[in-house]
Design a protein around this ligand. Sequence first.
Ligand code: NDP
Length: 249
Amino acid sequence: MDSFDLRGKAALVSGGNGGIGLGMARALAQAGAALAIAGRDAKKNAVAAAQLKAASICCDLREAAACRAMVDEAAARLGRLDILVNNAGTNIRKAPQDYSLEEWRSVLDTNLTSAFLASQAAYPHMKRAGGGKIVNIGSMMSLFGASFAAPYGASKGGVVQLTRSLAAAWARDNIQVNAVLPGWIDTALTRRARDEVAGLHERALARTPAGRWGTPEDLGGIAVFLASAASDFVTGTAIPVDGGYSSLG
Ligand code: NDP
């Protein structure tokens, strides 16, 4: 269907060198988009960039200047920027009383502030092009609390409210801003979580109506939809892709 066609469009996926970001980047490339991916690990970047024929950008998005530079470099290397996926994310798991301020800031800066700063930097490029698409990655912890993830939950709740504010502000510029809320997806992040939190694997499995963990490929369809003309009247939403997890009380 033509409205899902991304040929002629340029996309930047932060954290596109692995996990969910790589799954979404692959789907965007298959739909025809030219791609840039960004992450800290030069080796992971090189492998993903070769697979996707993407430009790769090495950066630490906890630094404000790096968020802006990532966007400008992607736009320069691709010649335009139509699609920004703010996917880079991290977690530090412990009881709320045990976090240092540095740990709190590290999670908030990676997951929330970087999405704000990259979106801010993308705005002039998208406005100039007559429109654009921003896809922010939230979590089930945008909706639910977790005793072992206070800064992560705060950052992911913030991602949804940031999404709504940007969507309202930029709708007249034809820029649609939406959030995706993945359920439990098998990636490096959740492999670490399963190592650290006893019983997590079984609890997630038991609570997910689909009866399985998700895969990065499960996020491909929503990425293409929210990046394409098919979603031109969809903005400010937060869409779970969770095998039914959030539909249970
Ligand atoms: P991964 O750990 O596999 O991927 C995280 C990505 O973010 C990597 O590409 C990593 O690149 C990048 N990244 C992390 N920190 C930084 C940083 N400071 N600067 C630049 N890049 C960074 O995890 P997932 O694929 O699981 O997570 C992707 C997103 O999905 C995150 O926002 C996460 O919170 C969210 N999510 C994941 C869920 C899951 O079940 N897996 C569920 C809900 C949400 P590098 O290693 O090179 O730094």
